[in-house]
Ligand binder design. Structure first.
Ligand code: NAD
Length: 256
């Protein structure tokens, strides 16, 4: 029980990695407030956590909505008295190169993947600064290395990586006891990856998939629990001396 007495807010918890994180942290005793823009999906995840003896609550949240961030964090504080961990996980992956990405796709990507991480981090600092906490921002290997077909996504995840360090240094300088770290998953089989492949012409998708497997040193995609275990470590007090750091979980993808 590594998360006993901790109140955790996880965005995008209705699917994929966020769902796995919600389940894993609840297993370790956390009270998980699970939010998603897809309320039915996150209600389903929460019902299953509660059915297996965990503590979880579902919230409807569009992470791009500034007022909703404030209201949600206030509601968590009113209900539970404190917020100990925020995992900024919600994200989208629109494909497109530097040449063919539309401005609308570019801006939508930055709003969901980067602006929302800023909003969440700012609200979490407000909530945590009197008793400390841990903020975990989900970036990607694509916040570290480039990929020709995901220009907007690359930019957003690179932004999350370096914004995390700025927030970490600010919290350290202020003596808040708040740690801020980023997690960089490699290719993990979730609906996001399946949808990205489905959005490409079949031939391009097959080539992209083959190229992914070829490029992973351990020659396999990861599973959501591989990322959930890394988030658990950063969320727990076991990582108490870590802030502003990057936890890469990628089967060796960025080692070369
Ligand atoms: P997913 O599509 O399975 O889940 C993302 C969740 O975010 C969905 O439930 C969706 O409804 C929610 N969401 C989308 N827009 C939202 C919004 N505006 N407000 C609130 N919720 C919203 O994706 P995933 O693979 O689980 O990805 C989770 C995170 O991990 C993302 O930030 C993604 O960029 C990152 N990531 C994933 C991989 C991978 O291989 N799957 C690799 C690196 C990073």
């Amino acid at each position: 029980m590594r998360m006993t007495n901790k109140v955790v807010l996880i965005t995008g918890a209705g699917s994929g990695l966020g769902e796995a994180m919600a389940r894993r942290l609840a297993q370790e005793g956390a009270l998980v407030v699970a939010s998603d823009i897809d309320f039915a999906a996150v209600q389903g995840v929460v019902a299953s956590i509660v059915a297996s003896g965990g503590h979880a609550e579902a919230e409807h949240q569009d992470v791009t909505d500034e007022a909703r961030w404030t209201a949600l964090v206030d509601a968590v504080l009113a209900r539970h008295g404190h917020l100990d961990v925020l995992v900024n996980n919600a994200g989208i992956a629109l494909t497109g190169s530097a040449e063919d990405t539309t401005l609308a796709d570019w801006q939508r990507t930055q709003r969901v993947n980067l602006d929302a991480v800023f909003l969440g981090t700012r609200e979490a600092i407000r909530a945590m600064k009197t008793r400390g906490g841990s903020i975990v921002n989900i970036s990607s290997i694509e916040g570290i290395v480039g990929e020709p077909l995901t220009a907007a996504y690359n930019a957003s995840k690179g932004g999350v990586r370096i914004f995390t360090k700025s927030a970490a240094l600010h919290c350290a300088a202020e003596g808040y006891g708040i740690r801020v770290n980023s997690v960089h998953p490699g290719f993990i089989l979730t609906p996001m990856v399946e949808n990205a492949l489905a959005g490409m012409p079949a031939e391009q998708a097959a080539a992209f998939h083959a190229r992914i497997i070829d490029s992973i040193p351990v020659r396999a995609m990861g599973e959501p629990r591989d990322i959930a275990n890394g988030v658990l470590f950063l969320a727990s007090d076991e990582s108490r001396y870590m802030t502003g750091t990057e936890l890469v979980i990628d089967g060796g993808y960025t080692a070369r």
